[in-house]
Design a protein around this ligand. Sequence first.
Ligand SMILES: [Zn+2]
Length: 329
Amino acid sequence: MAPRSQDYYAVLDVKKTASPEEIKQAYRRLAKVHHPDLQPESQKASAAEKFKELNEAYEVLSHPEKRAAYDRYGPDGAPGASAPEPPPRARSARPGAGDEEPDFSGFSDFFQNLYGAQDSGASARRPRPGPRRGQDVEAELPLTLEDAVRGGEKSLTLDVPALCPSCSGSGRRGAGFCPVCAGVGEIARPRTITARLPAAVREGARLRLRGQGAAASGGGDPGDLYLRIRFLPHPRFKVSGADLETDVTVMPWIAALGGEASLQTLEGPLRVKIPAGTHAGRVLRVAAKGLPADGGRRGDLLAAVRIDIPDRADARLERLFQEMKEAAS
Ligand SMILES: [Zn+2]
């Protein structure tokens, strides 16, 4: 096994003059790249080694006194460099450890980034003493517009941080880091989650699934899972609040004389009335064919008229167009 690099600045790929924020960002970026959970099976061992190296470097460089000692005396003079303390997440998971170490939010931030969380609530970011609640986790719930109209339940499989079974979340095994989670105390576990869609399904709406977030160490309650609804692009419909926008193709003689046209809705085709004298671009509003809205209502479907000609005009149709041309000029 290669000896670990003792040049902590090189390990984190930062300058000697890097600010604490730069160090933290470099660490997070690299931790995400080298996290053993994210590597194929064959590379997990070497990634874990690299991850430990990162943790060791961060442990020293993120601590003002340890960093100062390291700058002055090198790695041997840095207390804790040869026998690194557990990394921040594992340590702050101990009850009561949080208040003295407000800066050690690196790992929870790291997991928030990893799982796409943006605003997981204050409890995830501001550690309080006492049994620690598991982290809130935020993820996207991708929905087709058809799903949104159908309603009911939607299942998806997510990687949710779970306590590392090997070290029970402490991050330590014996005198060193836990090799399974590389000292993080958590590993990502796929979990299938079933969410009941709300009556009004809106892009960006957050569903809260109580107790479905990350497990807690030390007997705390699990965090919550927030699912943020995201509509998948639809080839035919554009979402505008609860309304849907689309277009409807109308033949020239129907546009001029009035009649019917076929309009696609999320629930299949619908015949709609085209008033006489309809111009291209006119928007027809079909009530209650949009997305589910508050109070059990539905948004509308707005269809912009496109005037088109038939793919193939037979001789008679061509003659009639000719006549129209002459009559209109
Ligand atoms: Zn572990």
